[in-house]
Write a protein that binds this ligand. Structure first.
Ligand code: NIG
Ligand code: FE
Length: 423
């Protein structure tokens, strides 16, 4: 838990003392900034902030704060850290051979149906020890923190046997124990039907429900439950059955839906009061209507559209209809081998026509909502966790998404401690 005073900040952005848990519709345009500001993080938490003109009023309180690092942020912006609410960051190996197959004309679904894709990742993961998986995932975690992520979700789903799903969740549990940032774990045993169950889907679903779920719940290995409800994966009826089973253990749902087709994923997620429904590359008026007045956060994963050549989720239309929208990386070896939230906000602005302010809200406070972390993360608010980042010297806030692919974070601060970024 560190103490840091950041002075002369060009603009301190994402300030919010309203205690709201999310922003929706027009509210997503508000990303309040204080020009020429300071920010004080004390014992790892946001203590005070204000404009430089008033800094002297706090001088007495600073003198009582021991071991305080003082940083000068002239020409630089300070923002709340990103909250990445959807990743598959525990995985064995990259899958660039499938990337080349897609370049040559095969589709993601064709590769998956032939035993590649998720099943390819599962075969590789089964051959790896907990220790090796932990090392890879920890390296990725530290890397994304340097790019400004200050809280993250990680899913299982590359095990697809009892032993290997539990192995993945234990790796996530170990990561939680050593991670400087908050991690939420999601059990995704229903990510794909393993080849050996291809002709007996019900048996695999029963395995998830009767064997995996009781252990996952009993040992507290997961915060959330996920199903890949889509064309070629799990049907709406199967998803319904799985979500009904998870609800008996009071595990909330976060669903993969409508990535590959208009399949009813949104409707089944809302029916089960899922915390979020993620992907949404294939949705229309019915899905938007269904999400309005629900507590389910729609999460868009533009990296996936970019990488697989899918349509982008119609988030402009969703925000204009009054909905909240969240953005996440979906960091995984198959559809998004990149965990940088900075690139996600660029894609959201360039391809989905979100304004920089909307994209930043989607990547901070709405990400926090999708992980039930809004009370502690996602905005510059007194009493929230001191996870922020200082940008390089940049001309404006819009420069962040504008300069796509260029890392703009100069210093990541986690619970008041600075992390050396070095790029
Ligand atoms: O969110 N769509 C399902 N699951 C992952 C991809 C998994 C993979 O291809 O390894 C996703 O895109
Ligand atoms: Fe995913």
């Amino acid at each position: 838990m560190g103490n840091v005073l950041i002075k002369n900040i060009k603009a301190l952005c994402g300030v919010d003392e309203s205690n709201r848990l999310l922003k929706k519709g027009k509210e997503m345009q508000e990303f309040t900034c204080i020009d020429n500001a300071w920010l004080w993080i004390k014992d790892g938490m946001i203590e005070e902030y204000g404009s430089m003109a008033e800094l002297n009023l706090f001088a007495d309180r600073f003198t009582h704060c021991k071991d305080m690092e003082i940083k000068d942020a002239t020409g630089k912006y300070v923002l709340p850290s990103f909250v990445d609410s959807h990743t598959h960051m525990v995985f064995a190996k990259s899958r660039e051979e499938e990337f080349v197959m897609r370049i040559k004309g095969k589709s993601y679904e064709e590769i998956a149906a032939a035993g590649g894709g998720i099943l390819n990742s599962a075969a590789k993961l089964r051959a790896m020890s907990e220790h090796e998986l932990m090392q890879g995932a920890y390296t990725r975690l530290l890397e994304v923190m340097k790019y400004g992520t200050g809280a993250i979700e990680i899913k299982s789903g590359y095990g697809l046997t009892f032993e290997d799903e539990i192995k993945m969740l234990r790796v996530i549990q170990q990561l939680k124990a050593v991670s400087p940032i908050e991690i939420k774990a999601t059990f995704l045993g229903a990510h794909a039907i393993p080849m050996e169950y291809k002709n007996n889907r019900a048996e695999y679903i029963n395995l998830v429900i009767d064997k995996m779920l009781p252990v996952v719940a009993g040992e507290g290995l997961a915060d959330y439950f996920d199903v890949f409800c889509d064309q070629g994966f799990f049907t709406v009826d199967e998803t319904d059955q799985l979500l009904t089973a998870a609800s008996k253990y009071n595990i909330k749902a976060k669903i993969h839906g409508n990535e590959l087709g208009v399949t009813g994923g949104v409707q089944v997620a809302v029916k089960h009061q899922a915390l979020s429904v993620d992907h949404l590359e294939h949705i229309g008026e019915d899905e938007i209507h269904c999400l309005i007045n629900s507590a389910t956060m729609p999460v868009a994963l533009p990296n996936c559209s970019f990488f697989l050549g899918l349509p982008y989720a119609p988030v402009r239309q969703m925000i204009d209809a009054g909905l909240p929208v969240c953005l996440a990386t979906d960091y995984n070896p198959g559809s998004s081998p990149n965990g940088r939230m900075g690139f996600v906000i660029s894609l959201a602005c360039i391809q989905m026509k979100l304004t920089p302010e909307e994209a930043l809200n989607a990547a901070t406070i709405n990400g926090a909502y999708a992980l039930e972390l809004s009370k502690t993360h996602g905005s510059i608010s007194k009493g929230k966790v001191g996870n922020v980042f200082i940008t390089k010297e940049i001309p404006s806030l819009a420069y962040l998404p504008y300069s796509f692919g260029v890392p703009s974070v100069e210093t990541a601060i986690v619970k008041g401690n600075s992390i050396h970024v070095g790029f």
